[in-house]
Design a protein around this ligand. Sequence first.
Ligand code: HEM
Ligand code: HEM
Length: 238
Amino acid sequence: MAKATDKVRVWDLPLRLFHWTLVIAIAIAFLSSEEESVLNQWHVLAGWVVAVLIAFRCVWGFVGGEHSRFSDFIRPVRIADHISGLLRGKSEASLGHNPLGAVAVLILLALAAATVWTGAFGGEGAEEFHEIIAWTLLAMVGIHVAAVIIMSAMERESLIRAMISGYKPAPRHPGAANARPPNLFGWAIAILTVAGSILLILRYDPQAFTPRSAEAFEHRAEGTSRPSVSDEGSEHEN
Ligand code: HEM
Ligand code: HEM
């Protein structure tokens, strides 16, 4: 029998770092989004950090630790069972994401990706779209946090504590084994993905990780689209 103090390993370190860095970056992106905000120079930078994190997460879903893998938690056939259990007030504590939580995970990632995409590549025509998707993301985050609190109460274990420490209490999960940790190959691919995505972003926007206003980002192409950087230089060409 598991002792009350026994723990079972669930979330690997990169996944936990991913989650809490994503929370910070998205919070900064929102707090800095208004043009008048004193934080506005951090908006695009925070958004690019979100882009790198999403690239990492997509790859980690294939090469990460056991419960980080998409194959571990994308189980559509179990969603109906899970919902009927919830309606009867019965909820079986999952070791990884529960079947419904998994859907929320994918929606959150897709909305964050769409927000970044419209902000980065949409141009001025997509401004409204960018804003609408961003607010939809915020609403989804609200639902996510509420669901985490409700599920923690129903399952009588703190999911938040598990996302910080990586462990869940063993007595709540009889027979559960420690999650298989990521292997060396997974780490190598993840590091290459992060480095590769940073390089790609810098090729598209060389000042991606330098603080500057969102407006400066929007007008970045002016003066740099021609071989000579200065306006004077381009006048000579004419
Ligand atoms: C998850 C990440 C992001 C969130 C939550 C977010 C959110 C927002 C919001 C709410 C606004 C509207 C501000 C207003 O009220 O005027 C905005 C504006 C803007 N965002 Fe983002 N954004 C994100 C990522 C990005 C990225 C990656 C870029 C560019 C690389 C970007 C570029 C811009 C620009 C240029 C504006 C100003 C356009 C305008 O006036 O609406 N954003 N963003
Ligand atoms: C910008 C805000 C947030 C975003 C975008 C977000 C996104 C996510 C994502 C994508 C996951 C899945 C992890 C993975 O496998 O990749 C997740 C899980 C989780 N998040 Fe968040 N999150 C946010 C805020 C929060 C906050 C504020 C809390 C705590 C109060 C929280 C608590 C958790 C917990 C406990 C899990 C694990 C759920 C489970 O046990 O299945 N999140 N979140």
